[in-house]
Ligand binder design. Sequence first.
Ligand code: PLP
Length: 495
Amino acid sequence: MQPHPLQHVFHPANADHYASTIGAGLQHLVRTLGRVAGPAAGTSAAEAADRVAAVDLDAPLGETGKVLEELSHVWLDDAVWFHEPTYAAHLNCPVVVPALLAELFIASVNSSMDTFDQSVGGTFVERHLVDWTAGRIGFGERADGVFTSGGSQSNLQALMLARGALEREPLGRLRILASADRHFSVQKSARLLGLGEDSVICVPTDERHRMDPAALDRSLAACNGLGLRAMAIVATAGTTDFGAIDPLPEIADLAVAYDTWLHVDAAYGGGLLVSPRHRHRLAGIDRADSVTVDYHKTFFQPVSSSALIVRDRALMAPVTWHADYLNPKDHRSLASPNQVDKSLQTTRRFDALKLWLTLRVMGPDAVGEYVDAVIDLARDVQAALSDDPEIELAALRPELSTVVFRYVPAGTVLDEPALAELNTRIRADLYASGRAMVAATKVDGRQFLKLTLLNPLATVADILGIIDLVRETGAGLGVPRAEPSPAQHVEAVAR
Ligand SMILES: *Cc1c(COP(=O)(O)O)cnc(C)c1O
């Protein structure tokens, strides 16, 4: 076939052009990967912005080779690499190869998941994966769900469905109960739904950062007493900072007692569904009305890949809307099963294919073993740090795969602002060095650093290497080794 004059369109006449372009890109990426020598290049925001701003978008380069060179300059050379063992900052996972193969197909074929007539088998691939996930949760035959762009969207949709189930209640009376360590998307969702951020009641947690069921009971009773209606309880299975899993069986009992929707946000802890050794920690999740699972966190999938799974497909009704041009009401039948009836999105990527190829190549146990590996890693790192005089640990043990800590230099007495300043500077300097990346968080108002461990290839030695860098960096920042003043001493003892 002659190459088509419109050679850039994905088309059989341009198959050679397609293959050579993708091939060149693949080679470029593999070469880049081979040169990566740390999680980051340490580029500042100003530098990165300047490089991008210098590109004239009205003056195309044409040739793929030149474009790839420019791409390295504006992005790849400075990118953050989640496969690097000293990347331990946010909840980003290294990704598995079968899912990357899927990405090529997803993007090239470009099926859209809104209607059957834009996806055909794709609709059923997604449905099969939803059913599979629902099965892992322990939901029955009536379960349903849909892929979403991420945990935030899944949580929003869950709360929208919960609101829909109480359609007749005035918005001002509705309350959402979630632990003090819940994800911020709960508040954002409340705002989007018109409930207002104040509608979210933050239930206190225990010393392991898990929701306290007795406190939840009191809050629910207080709502009733005030003539308010508890619209939903959001239990978190894997909080973002501590990985804490709220006590699901006790919370499920309260959801029944108070006739309230139970949503389980398992964006982080969802990987336990395939864990050979830790699945039992999600006991009770099958009693939820809805569950958020982020495959792009603990199933090692590329962004985006997430789902909202519901106990009963009838609960999905509030998200359904019929448009004459797309999913008309009169054509609703098994012959035209349209995923748009369950989704907040209309045009939607076939992200499900990534999980499909992952399961078909690796199988769920292999994914679960990766999850177990990072749980073991966090446990071993915490144990290795437990008698380190310069590392203060914020928790007695990791609940999933995070370790929250801070550097407290030996022989010094620093007050809270000084410790916060020191640890904040350590984190920034680590990024600038390009050698390691850690996250930061606050615990009861006190500044800490956080290792989020999602790389099954990272070893204890790799992670202790990060701690050594933290120590070196901190020591290099020149902390005053002064004798404590009496007031500082009292404060240090109180800490
Ligand atoms: C990451 C996370 C979310 C948000 O998920 P996104 O995919 O980033 O939108 C929600 N809840 C918890 C507990 C999370 O850790």
